[in-house]
Ligand binder design. Structure first.
Ligand code: MN3
Length: 208
């Protein structure tokens, strides 16, 4: 993946074609989600940073960590838009079509140990994703070297916990195809998870 971790932020291209996730996620949703929604977070993040030039020195994760220390309303602008960029890059980067790959390394072993199998993990992640009221995310993260499921509202991130997977449950992620049926979207999403990517992330998180 290309690196673009500091101002000026750009909208990195998807690592696959817009229609690569069909029929699970449709091309139109991907075009809008990436080219319009993520682009808006990128543009608004750059605009927020320009209000305080010191922020130009901070990489994306540090902007997120630093947001709390900023005066309002810049704090909200940085939290929402740096989070929006981080969360969406993370989301798009973990998808592939069609996924026939299952986790098979250390991640799978630890999923078995922690959740009692891949299906159990999916069902717990789904329950968490369905429980998000309004807009937000469900996440599989590593916290204290252990796998854990968490949710975040809006564009908040689970950082500094180390994320492995996220499920974007903002309606823009699924409404054109799945309408109001968030559960169907989540089921479809499980079929396009790039487990090699998840494994790679897991190994990195466990080395920290
Ligand atoms: Mn989204």
């Amino acid at each position: 993946m290309q690196e673009n971790n500091m101002y000026p932020f750009v909208n990195l291209p998807l690592p696959y074609a817009y229609d690569a996730l069909e029929p699970y996620i449709d091309e139109k949703t991907m075009r809008l989600h990436h080219d319009k929604h993520l682009q808006t977070y990128v543009d608004n993040l750059n605009a927020a940073i320009e209000q305080d030039p010191r922020l130009k020195q901070l990489p994306l994760k540090q902007l997120i960590a630093y947001a709390d220390k900023l005066p309002q309303p810049l704090q909200n602008a940085i939290r929402n838009n740096a989070g929006g960029v981080y969360n969406h890059r993370f989301y798009f980067d973990q998808l592939t079509n069609p996924s026939i790959v299952r986790p098979d390394g250390k991640l799978m072993q630890d999923i078995n140990q922690t959740f009692g199998g891949l299906d159990k993990l999916k069902s717990e992640l789904k329950t968490a994703a369905l429980s998000v009221f309004g807009s937000g995310y469900a996440w599989l993260v590593v916290a204290d070297k252990k796998l854990k499921i968490v949710t975040t509202p809006n564009q908040n991130t689970p950082l500094p916990e180390c994320p492995i997977l996220n499920i974007d449950v903002w309606e823009h992620a699924y409404y054109l195809k799945h309408y109001n049926v968030r559960a169907d979207y989540i089921n479809d999403l499980f079929d396009i998870i790039n487990w090699d990517k998840a494994e790679e992330r897991y190994e990195k998180c466990m080395r920290k």
